[in-house]
Design a binder for this molecule. Structure first.
Ligand SMILES: NC(=O)c1ccc[n+]([C@@H]2O[C@H](COP(=O)([O-])OP(=O)(O)OC[C@H]3O[C@@H](n4cnc5c(N)ncnc54)[C@H](OP(=O)(O)O)[C@@H]3O)[C@@H](O)[C@H]2O)c1
Length: 328
């Protein structure tokens, strides 16, 4: 099969389409002919060599796919020819990928391949961290950093769905407008505004969802209200911080963190059900919005990575391969 391969770690230019062996399915898995796969920030880190795949996972890039079931267990709830989407442990940038049946979701006709492939990583990450880790409740305020990222756009909207108020940060005026379109009550440009002061002026945050890390630690704790929860999901601004623990005591702050990829199948399965049973219906009836920026053919994966690396995307970027059906 064709897949995106790399002979060395490095920039987007190390990526190329090449022939490799098709993955072999184990019981409990679906072999999926991939029609579209989402691009995630983690793929850029894996390509560069700083985020190795977990043991046993495909060494190929790609954490979410949508496509046709090609093979399934005889007693599977899916059959060859069914359209599905879901989170994969790796290997999404390929003609065929393995999807655990427990993570597979039937693709509704109303969603395109691109739209379906854009959903799992962003929404499952937002749900895991806002609902399960931080316990965001109706009436609370969530501060969502990188609000125009794939995860950020989902997290702003999920806050609203939960009855919470979302505030957001981003690095350009068009991204701030996008955050407001996604439902943020206010959005701040972290390059020229003191977001902690702005958030405090609006009453403070009960939860902060933070992919930036060290560079934001002091400001995040300052922006939090008493009993606030800071959930660290990324280290775009560094991993090590010199931090005064006093504020944690005085405000009873909890600092949490998580990564989705190495979670046990049972946890990911629970998050897939939340996507299927709560998020998907709300996307289909218009309570939530899809947030796809653009798509690139798989052969242009280098351009797709460059686009994301240059922080140009508002929402998700998706790779497409439509080898058998024109257009879709
Ligand atoms: N822990 C987990 O399980 C998990 C799962 C999925 C994603 N994540 C993390 O969540 C983040 C978003 O992922 P994604 O795939 O949705 O990302 P994405 O769409 O690629 O967007 C990331 C955005 O972050 C902003 N950014 C980049 N460097 C920054 C910095 N140093 N300081 C502040 N903002 C910065 C940029 O927007 P601006 O133009 O606004 O600066 C960029 O467009 C990433 O850090 C990713 O690793 C974590």
């Amino acid at each position: 099969m064709q897949a995106v391969m790399q002979e060395s770690y490095g920039g987007p230019e190390v990526l190329r389409l090449a022939e490799c062996e098709q993955p072999s399915r184990r019981a409990g898995q679906l072999l999926v002919r991939v029609m579209a796969s989402g691009v995630n920030r983690a793929d850029l880190a894996q390509r560069a060599g700083s985020y190795p795949p977990p043991p046993g996972a495909s060494p190929l890039l790609g954490l979410e796919v949508a496509g046709w079931v090609e093979e399934a267990d005889a007693d599977s709830r899916f059959q060859p020819g069914d359209a599905v989407f879901g989170l994969v442990e790796g290997g999404g940038y390929a003609e065929y990928a393995l999807l655990e049946e427990a993570l597979a979701i039937a693709k509704p006709d109303a969603l395109s391949w691109v739209e379906a492939a854009s959903l799992p990583e962003a929404w499952m990450t937002a749900w895991f961290n806002l609902v399960e880790k931080a316990g965001l409740a109706a009436g609370e305020t969530a501060l969502i950093h990188a609000g125009a990222s794939g995860v950020g756009a989902a997290a702003i909207q999920l806050s609203g769905l939960l009855g919470a108020r979302a505030l957001a940060t981003a690095g350009s005026e068009d991204k701030l407008a996008y955050c407001r379109e996604m439902g943020a009550a206010a959005a701040f440009n972290y390059k020229r505004q003191d977001f902690a002061a702005e958030v405090k002026a609006l009453g403070g945050a009960d939860v902060v969802l933070d992919p930036v890390g060290a560079a934001y630690l002091d400001a995040n704790v300052s922006a939090l209200r008493p009993d606030g929860r800071l959930v660290c999901i990324g280290l775009l601004g560094g991993a090590r911080a010199d931090f005064n623990l006093g504020a944690l005591l005085m405000k009873r702050i909890a600092i949490l963190g998580s990564t989705l990829r190495p979670q046990p199948l049972a946890v990911k399965g629970r998050l897939a059900r939340a996507l299927e049973e709560t998020i998907l219906p709300a996307l289909l009836d218009g309570r939530l919005r899809l947030s796809v920026d653009c798509s690139f053919p798989l052969a242009q994966v280098e351009d797709a990575h460059r686009y994301v690396e240059e922080n140009r995307n508002l929402g998700k970027v998706v790779l497409t391969q439509f080898p058998t059906l024109a257009g879709e």
